[in-house]
Design a binder for this molecule. Structure first.
Ligand code: ZN
Ligand code: ZN
Length: 334
């Protein structure tokens, strides 16, 4: 439970019991997400049980739930859309106010960094054959990345640059590779992260420190990449993204920037570029389930470490500082 800035406490609470339409899962694994780290650094919302990327086994069904059995392995879309707003009706459930305000592990509803988590049956998803419970926490971040790539302007043959090789950046490299990008280049200051990007299909991965601002122009006939995916969310990478992208290109912002950034607007005019945000995922969650089950993404190369629930503080401190990790998992049961 996040209780204050940079403080995770292990607290004993009663095992929740499922209400109408709810299902209780025994949590197998829960991923530590960049947004969890932001909440850890801010100490908000607190107190809160974090964790929205998880896999588990059904232990109890609430009243009115049918089609599920205790013992089934499952994962869950990280919230329940209202089903009635403009965004839900358009299929853009990631923009539904309920998803943003009432997602699991984001403050108002307890998340899965716990032995048990309550989820709405409507957000439950069966773990398909071929998808291991240890890989299933990657479904949510992979859905987020598939959403970003699908809603971007990337077309087969396009050249892309991915800034940042954490979980989101790595998955972006892998998804671009899978969807026929002509060439994918990556940057990250950490050598271990760069080598993971190479394993997942990047043609080259560079240390951004001391890198020429013209590197990608030089590599691409003086043009630069068609699309740049910004997967860090700090001022330096946002500035680099608009500098690297070709004229009339697109910058997709996946990184969650929490500090004000100074950009030179003239560059946007001059290059006629587009800066596009991307948040969460909708039907891409189910695509991600299939992709992982079919082995289209090498999950085992992205997951680098696991921690017991009692070591959550240690896991968060590790991820909040300079580190060499990909996806880190919390494993609540020994
Ligand atoms: Zn996440
Ligand atoms: Zn809605």
């Amino acid at each position: 439970m996040l209780t204050a800035r940079r403080t995770i406490e292990v607290r004993e609470i009663p095992r929740p019991s499922p209400g109408e339409g709810q299902v209780l899962l025994r949590v197998c694994y829960c991923g530590v997400c960049g947004s969890d780290i932001h909440m850890f650094q801010q100490g908000l919302p607190a107190p809160a049980i974090l964790g929205h990327e998880f896999s588990g086994v059904i232990v109890e069904l609430g009243p009115g739930v049918s089609g599920w059995e205790p013992g089934e392995a499952a994962t869950a879309y990280p919230g329940t859309p209202c089903g009635q707003c403009r965004w839900c009706l358009r299929g853009e459930i990631q923009l539904c106010d309920e998803i943003i305000a009432k997602g699991y592990g984001l403050g108002s509803r307890p998340g899965a960094m716990a032995e048990y988590v309550l989820v709405d049956a409507s957000s439950l998803r069966r773990t398909p054959p071929g998808l291991e419970v240890r890989s299933a926490p990657l479904v949510e971040p992979l859905g987020v990345v598939i959403h970003a790539v699908r809603t971007s302007r990337v077309r087969p043959g396009d050249r892309a640059v991915v800034l940042g090789c954490g979980t989101i950046g790595l998955l972006t490299v892998a998804v671009l590779e899978r969807t026929g990008a002509g060439a994918v280049y990556a940057t990250d200051p950490v050598a271990a992260k760069r080598s993971r990007a190479l394993e997942l299909g990047a043609r080259q991965a560079y240390d951004p420190n001391g890198l020429s601002p013209f590197i990608f122009h030089d590599l691409m006939e003086g043009l630069g990449p068609d699309v740049v995916f910004e997967c860090v969310g700090i001022p330096e990478t946002l500035v680099a993204a608009i500098n690297y992208v070709r004229k009339a290109g697109q910058v997709v912002v996946l990184g969650v920037g929490m500090e004000p950034t100074t950009l030179l607007p003239m560059v946007w005019n001059f290059k006629e570029l587009e800066i596009k945000g991307s948040y969460g995922c909708a039907e891409e969650y189910d695509m991600a389930l299939e992709w992982l089950a079919k082995g289209k993404i090498q999950a085992q190369r992205i997951i680098t470490r696991e921690f017991a629930l009692e070591q959550a503080q240690e896991a968060f401190e590790l991820m909040a500082g300079p580190n060499e990790e990909g996806k880190v998992l919390i494993r609540p049961h020994p």
